[in-house]
Design a protein around this ligand. Sequence first.
Ligand SMILES: Nc1ncnc2c1ncn2[C@@H]1O[C@H](COP(=O)(O)OP(=O)(O)O)[C@@H](O)[C@H]1O
Ligand SMILES: Nc1ccn([C@@H]2O[C@H](COP(=O)(O)OP(=O)(O)O)[C@@H](O)[C@H]2O)c(=O)n1
Length: 422
Amino acid sequence: MAKQAFSRLGRWCSRMFAVECDPSSDPVYFALTKTPQTRQCSERQAFEKIFRKAKSFSLHVCTEDKIQRAKFYEDIKNNTIPGVSRGCSVFDVFSFHPDVKNSALRGFLVRGVADIQETGLFDELVRNPGLNVCTYVLEEDTEHWWQHLWSKAEDGRMVVVEKYCLVPAEKPEHHPSTLNIINSDVFYKFGDACKVLRECTKFIPESKELLELVDQGLPLKREGRFPVIVIEGLDATGKTTLTRSLTDTLNATLLQSPPQCLSPWRPRFDSEPALLRRAFYALGNYITAGQIDRASAHAPVIVDRYWHSTAAYGIATAVSGRVDNLPGPGSEVYRWPVDLLQPDLVLLLTVSPEERIRRLRFRGAEKTREEAELEANDRFRSKVEQAYKRIEDPACVVVDASPPPDQVLQQVLLLIKNKCHL
Ligand SMILES: Nc1ncnc2c1ncn2[C@@H]1O[C@H](COP(=O)(O)OP(=O)(O)O)[C@@H](O)[C@H]1O
Ligand SMILES: Nc1ccn([C@@H]2O[C@H](COP(=O)(O)OP(=O)(O)O)[C@@H](O)[C@H]2O)c(=O)n1
């Protein structure tokens, strides 16, 4: 057996396999076993739902290096999958050790590709050491489904190096999309976010300039005497409107995260995979922290978005499917970074989904959305809002931002007076 195949197996054994057919319900979970077991009739439904006796194959990105893996995954998603899946169904899949942090590998299952094994592309995919390529085979007499893991033999032929029987399994405690959040979607230390950007200076030269900007020391304990108030909320909940009026009323300094000085680089990082995008926003908070430190020596400081936004969007984007797939309240993913300056008060503006859509429309956005997209966005909206509310130390105070602007301002001024004695 080829060397490459051995290393593949080391990472593959004792894993579970999850197929996400429908974002509004649980994935279908399978254990991978060497020893087939007699199955209940009802379990056939799991196979019927996924495979429907059609020829299927899956690709998992298993490159060791995290940055390479993130970039390769995007490449497979945007280039390879559309090319091979015309007329097929494509599902997101996870290969993972149940409830083990950082064990999830993401991939795709393509159902209905009749002749993939006869194509040059199949050889190309199997030869790629960064991919685990599997086909799925029904053993007609026993009705067992097998996952065949492919590799290249020493003589150059494509061979099946391992076979696992798929056995329907209970859902694990943690949804597989939550397992890799720490240090991939949310960073809890300045050094961890820097490390990611340092490693990508080769292909994103802008990262070098960014690192030079943030390399000016970390203010953890604030020197300033004036209170620092952060305004958080989804897009169009009224943050810009409120932060402006608060700044005027309190004679405060208005700051934002990411800070203005990062604006030229933002589109570049927004087009990168989540790992790089999130590291960029994480560092933005540390730059804003330095500005808060200096400004709060002279006047109250109002901040338009800060850490809560970075974490809530990072978590909500990473976690697939339903809101209840989010890590539960109290999970370590909701903790404040150990070395980031803390504000005195964080206010979360909330409005009903209908009012938010009305405000977005008024601003001229989102007029032509399909119904399905609206529904998907609604799920995302709920996940961001729940994640916001679960972040701790400091937790945010929820403010109903549906009344007219002056009433929202009065309500917030009262809160600030009570909590910050301003
Ligand atoms: N309290 C409010 N009542 C009604 N409309 C509001 C209110 N606050 C803001 N808006 C309007 O909603 C839209 C989004 O507000 P904005 O302050 O830009 O939100 P954000 O900064 O959170 O994206 C704007 O057109 C704004 O005029
Ligand atoms: N402190 C911040 C601010 C924004 N963000 C990211 O930026 C996006 C929202 O920023 P935006 O500028 O479009 O929001 P608005 O202020 O326009 O409502 C979110 O999707 C987050 O991913 C962040 O991660 N951390």
